[in-house]
Design a protein around this ligand. Structure first.
Ligand code: NAI
Ligand code: PYR
Ligand code: K
Ligand code: MN
Length: 351
């Protein structure tokens, strides 16, 4: 029997609603698998935790999480309690950076039966590879002066090592897919970092003569996601560009409520973390209508990256059958509640 030790952090808002749903599904997956067991431990790190303890997690929080095979996260953020930059830097970004989860993989593909927000989409299947540890998401800089003279300076950080790594992963993925890598740039506006990014992209492209590569400015590329998603394959972007493009990818899939992601640690020193693309969705919290599929598809990625590709594929197939038969939440135009969609997935996972 293989046991996977999973630290679950439901976090805030709908994170707390969808996490139990995905855990129900994983328990059923283990049951169907027969040789797999989950050992879950829940951590209450969240904005409520901050209000009680003055921090998003305790001093030994990272040490405790490091004992697990993977971290399974819902969403972080409740601006009515804690400013977003404090809560995200105290938990989500802290884990990504300290656990060296330098790559974020975010698939965007049309599931059967789901209406894309596009009127008439052709079939698309995109993977966004997002640099996940540096770039625009840096805490370097500061604020000086007061009143109308106040100035904020924010430094971006681009290392050759992490940039190359993200691009190498993108080319590697493309070699197993349609063979195209698109790089998100903005070298016409961002004077230092983006020409640097482009040079590295050219260097890595030259090493992969069998993979097609192209560079598009982020503004045009965001529009291209809307107009030509079927022509994209693997898209590589910096932390901010990858963040934005993956929300666009989610919208063309039908809803951000279905989009999954994996924050990968590649050196094996720390756990990877799996979380849906969306945030805590304060506007729908408590209504029982959150879409559980983003968290459940994320569970599929957790299985895949823990060496369980077959059952992971089975789970995605079942998710797709359930959406194809119309079991959909309100964000997709459906009439089903969160728990009803999960129940249907569990029912069809079968035994
Ligand atoms: N990785 C994370 O934990 C993230 C956290 N956040 C945080 O979440 C909070 C809210 O941020 P927003 O910008 O509003 O983004 P959001 O992703 O929470 O919500 C955007 C829109 O999508 C909808 N939505 C999100 N998840 C859904 C689901 N499962 N089912 C149905 N509809 C869903 C929401 O109702 C809302 O209309 C903020 O505190 C923000 O900082 C935002 C993005 C990512
Ligand atoms: C913070 C955020 O929006 C993300 O990582 O997707
Ligand atoms: K999330
Ligand atoms: Mn985001």
């Amino acid at each position: 029997m293989k046991t996977l030790k999973i630290a679950s952090i439901p976090g805030d808002g709908v994170g707390r609603e969808i996490m139990p749903e995905a855990i129900r599904v994983l328990e059923k997956v283990a049951d169907v698998h027969g040789g797999l067991k989950f050992d879950f431990e829940e951590f209450p790190y969240s904005c409520d935790y901050y209000l009680k303890h003055g921090a998003m997690m305790p001093e030994d929080g990272m040490d405790r999480l490091s004992q697990f095979d993977s971290v399974f996260l819902g969403a972080v953020g409740d601006a009515s309690k804690v400013p977003d930059h404090i809560s995200l830097w105290g938990l989500l970004l802290k884990i990504r950076q300290e656990f060296q989860q330098e790559i974020n993989i975010r698939p965007a593909k049309l599931l059967q039966g789901i209406n894309s927000k596009l009127a008439n989409p052709q079939d698309f299947d995109i993977v966004v590879v997002r640099e996940n540890s540096e770039g625009e998401y840096s805490s370097i800089g500061g604020r000086i002066f007061h009143d109308d003279n106040e100035i904020a300076i924010q430094n971006n950080v681009f290392s050759k090592r992490a940039t190359k790594q993200a691009m190498n992963i993108a080319f590697d993925l493309a070699s197993k897919r349609k063979g195209l890598v698109t790089s998100a740039t903005k070298s016409n506006g961002i004077f230092h970092a983006m020409p640097f990014w482009d040079e590295i992209f050219e260097e890595i492209s030259a090493k992969h003569p069998n993979i097609k590569s192209e560079s598009k400015h982020i503004d045009a590329l965001a529009a291209y996601f809307i107009t030509h998603p079927h022509e994209l394959d693997v898209v590589v972007g910096s932390n901010l560009f990858g963040d934005i493009l993956s929300d666009v990818g989610a919208a063309i899939m039908g809803s951000i409520g279905v989009a999954p992601s994996a924050n990968l640690n590649l050196n094996g020193k720390y756990p990877s973390m799996f979380e849906p693309v969306h945030g805590s969705a304060p506007d729908i919290v408590g209504k029982g209508i959150a879409n559980p599929i983003g968290q459940i598809w994320t569970a599929k990625m957790l299985l895949e990256f823990n060496g369980e590709a077959n059952i992971a594929e089975h789970l995605l197939k079942v998710i797709e059958e359930v959406t194809a038969d119309g079991y959909q939440t309100a964000d997709l135009g459906g009439k089903y509640k969160m728990t009803e969609v999960t129940d249907e997935i569990i029912k069809r996972l079968g035994k």
